[in-house]
Design a protein around this ligand. Structure first.
Ligand SMILES: Cc1cc2nc3c(=O)[nH]c(=O)nc-3n(C[C@H](O)[C@H](O)[C@H](O)COP(=O)(O)OP(=O)(O)OC[C@H]3O[C@@H](n4cnc5c(N)ncnc54)[C@H](O)[C@@H]3O)c2cc1C
Length: 433
């Protein structure tokens, strides 16, 4: 019977190396660099590539990929153990070659790209020499592809794209964008939309403005306009009408990878909370000795461990089935649980740090905002809860009787009938006595 929570010693040695490397070499980067996707920044070029070289040398580069694409082919369980360490540091994903949205874009290029598309876009993406953008959301469309209006029309040997995209992360640094557009309005979202690869320097592709998040100085989410963007006929990624399928392949893995990294972020907040509780005394005792603070620590640990187990089991099921459709329910559950876990633990850590906690000198307010981002990016929590509930309901059928199956009088009647032969003599004996 296989039911195991152990990490084998060889892989634990890798995890120990990653943990040390991330704490010592990678975490400091976020204090001196801007956006992790700004690979063009001269300081980035000096500081990050030498670390990436060490990761490559250690054969830990792009661990989300199989060996055929230059990754280690570790599978999702091992990836989860790595990602929860990488989650601690803003720059860790780019140093390890597994940052979103490039990891997901690489995955769909590998799955659906032509040989030429792979040569031109996938290879440099995997090498880390370019970054990319995924532009699906529309300002009027949000999470609902049924109302997307960005249109691609075939004109001779070209595709012509017109429309608007919203919150296209890292478009300003990207070498190319993967854009979802309507190719046949008659067929609706599932058969009438296609994916296109748009080089960032294509005339007509305009960044209207870059939108920032809360007080983050890096405005990296683009409001895009596509005005008569002309693309060659071979710019489509996948088959005509296949955009929905392509997006699902991309998002399935991406959602779990985000969750793996969120474990690391929440753990960082819990570590800080515990350290503060032991360090700070007020009204005659340490915070750690006050029961209401102890409750915060205990609740945080329980919630984080529950979430971690859910993520690990989901990772294990992805490895087992090799089919995202079979783990849709699990991925939806992970996606829906993730923002609350991060929010609640970061909020408690903030509270335990008092005014220091709320200040811009600590990371907690940023983590709380990030929890909201996690509840929106790749689809809002509500939509994932709906998916989860629908998937769960498939395993049930309606009551056949007027009263529910667990109705106690009905169950007791059935039990009496089942044990009739034993119960009847006993009842008779009691009556005689
Ligand atoms: C940090 C970040 C990065 C992002 N990066 C990208 C990117 O790179 N590319 C890209 O294409 N998009 C990106 N997005 C956009 C993201 O996909 C959208 O935010 C998401 O799909 C929701 O769309 P919306 O924000 O327009 O919200 P809306 O669709 O307007 O929804 C607003 C709210 O309504 C509620 N709601 C929506 N649907 C339902 C429902 N069915 N039932 C009940 N309540 C519902 C939810 O509370 C939801 O938050 C990013 C978003 C964030 C926050």
């Amino acid at each position: 019977m296989a039911w195991d929570f152990e990490t084998d010693a060889d892989f634990q040695a890798e995890l120990d190396w990653i943990d040390h490397f991330v704490r010592e070499e990678v975490e400091p980067l976020e204090h001196v660099l801007g956006s992790p996707w700004n690979i063009h920044d001269p300081l980035f070029k000096r500081l990050v590539p030498p670390l990436q070289a060490q990761v490559r040398e250690r054969r830990l580069w792009a661990c989300h990929l199989g060996p055929e694409l230059g990754g280690a082919g570790y599978g999702q369980v091992r990836l989860a153990l790595i990602n929860e360490i990488l989650g601690r540091a803003l720059f860790a994903p780019i140093v390890f070659g597994c940052q979103a949205p490039d990891s997901g874009n690489g995955e769909i290029l590998a799955h659906f790209g032509s040989a030429e598309q792979k040569r031109r876009y996938l290879q440099p993406l995997l090498n880390g020499s370019i970054v990319s953008c995924f532009a699906m959301t529309e300002p009027q469309g949000g999470a609902d592809p049924n109302v997307f209006t960005t249109r691609a029309i075939r004109e001779g040997d070209q595709w012509v794209l017109n429309g608007e995209k919203w919150f296209a992360s890292n478009a300003r640094y990207a070498a190319f964008l993967i854009v979802m557009a309507v190719t046949d309005p008659e067929l609706g979202a599932h058969g009438g939309m296609s994916m296109f690869i748009v080089p960032a320097d294509t005339p007509g592709l305009i960044i209207e403005r870059n939108v920032g998040i809360a007080d983050d100085p890096q405005a990296t989410h683009a409001y895009l306009k596509l005005n008569d963007v002309r693309l060659s006929a071979d710019s489509m990624l996948g088959e005509p009408g296949q955009a929905f399928v392509v997006a699902q392949v991309r998002l399935g893995g991406g959602r779990v990878h985000h969750a793996m990294r969120v474990i690391g972020q929440a753990q960082k907040a819990l570590d800080a909370m515990c350290q503060r509780a032991l360090s700070r005394s007020t009204q005659g005792s340490r915070l750690a000795d006050k029961q209401l603070v102890q409750e915060k620590i205990a609740d945080s640990w329980i919630e984080l461990e529950q979430f971690r187990l859910l993520v690990m089991r989901t990772a294990w099921r992805i490895d087992k089935y090799q089919d995202y459709l079979k783990v849709r329910k699990d991925i939806a559950a992970v996606k829906a649980a993730m923002p609350k876990v991060l929010h609640d633990i970061a909020a408690r850590a903030l509270q335990v740090h008092g005014c220091l906690g709320v200040s811009d000198e600590m990371p907690f307010a940023g983590l709380i905002i990030r929890s909201f981002q996690m509840g929106l990016a790749d689809g809002p929590t509500e939509v994932h809860k709906i998916t989860l509930a629908k998937q769960l309901l498939r395993d049930y059928s309606p009551e056949t009787e007027m009263f529910p199956t667990c109705h106690r009088p009905t169950a007791a009647r059935a039990a009496r009938a089942k044990f009739h032969e034993v119960l009847q003599p006993l009842a008779r004996a009691e009556g005689d006595a």
